[in-house]
Design a protein around this ligand. Structure first.
Ligand code: UDP
Length: 253
């Protein structure tokens, strides 16, 4: 059997050519990195959880009419996605101050923000993904004003959906990052949520205890990362043990 062609390998995922034109297979690795890959580890089972959790969030978004690249999960570690042209920006939405914003602006972690704040970071590992303004984005041609308006609207819809889903299971959505891609239909483009939505790219705090249930557990050495992600999956009813029972292995050529 011919091996699949690898299209791209990132820190936490690999993209392979998909079975049909316009599709890709997204494989979730167990690798964890932080601080621009200065801290690295392999965390058994993380990829399986993120595959399942990202499927859960992306399916929910598709169901309420927020377009995403997600088509379907193939197996424990892989999902079929639409191939998109990734806009080179990380779109961060914050509801509560934490992480780099707390550090940069001296606002105590946990301070509730008066409204969701959206930030854009230019995706460039060599530069450490710097924070950029809309002026930079338009001047350097990374996105147009129309794209930016659409990206803000998408990001806020994702925020409302994710905040609600999390609140229902006693978790506060502090902040998250999404990536957005373009899909071309002849001359028309559509923007869709791409990449992944998982505890790797969100800050999730237990509403009662404040316990961190996201990648900060790894970044800040707060305990077992898989336990934290499993807790999120368990509360949402998306346990990997269910997955094993319901998933038939699929052969991919
Ligand atoms: N984030 C991410 N990838 C990045 C940078 C940030 O997924 O390369 C997420 C991070 O998990 C958090 C949010 O974006 O949920 C805001 O991160 P922040 O800017 O506070 O940076 P950090 O403290 O992670 O360096």
């Amino acid at each position: 059997m011919a091996r699949r062609k690898k299209v791209y390998e990132g820190k936490a995922k690999i993209l392979y050519e998909g079975p049909e034109p316009g599709t890709l297979v997204q494989y979730f690795k167990d690798d964890a990195t932080a601080f621009n890959a200065e801290k690295k580890d392999i965390i058994d089972g993380k990829g399986v959880l993120n595959n399942r959790l990202s499927e859960y969030f992306m399916t929910g978004l598709n169901n309420i009419g927020v377009p995403t690249h997600f088509i379907r999960r193939i197996n424990m570690r892989e999902q079929l996605i639409r191939s998109v042209e990734i806009i080179p920006l990380e779109v961060v939405v914050r509801n509560t101050a934490a992480g780099s914003m707390s550090k940069r602006l001296g606002i105590a972690e946990g301070t509730q923000l008066p409204r969701p704040i959206i930030e854009f970071y230019y995706k460039d590992d060599k530069l450490g993904d710097p924070l950029v303004t809309e002026e930079h984005i338009i001047a350097f041609g990374w996105a147009t004003q129309q794209d930016l308006d659409d990206m803000v609207a998408l990001a806020l819809r994702v925020n409302d959906f994710m905040s609600g889903v999390m609140m229902a299971v006693g978790i506060k959505l502090v902040d998250f990052k999404i990536e957005i891609g373009r899909i071309w239909d002849n001359d028309y483009q559509r923007l869709v949520v791409a990449d992944e939505i998982s505890p790797d790219s969100c800050r999730l705090w237990d509403m009662e205890t404040g316990q961190k249930l996201d990648k900060d557990v790894f970044r800040r050495d707060l305990g077992n990362l898989v336990d934290a992600y499993t807790e999120v999956a368990r509360r949402l009813g998306v346990l990997p043990s269910n997955v094993t029972h319901h998933t038939k292995p699929t052969l991919i050529n």
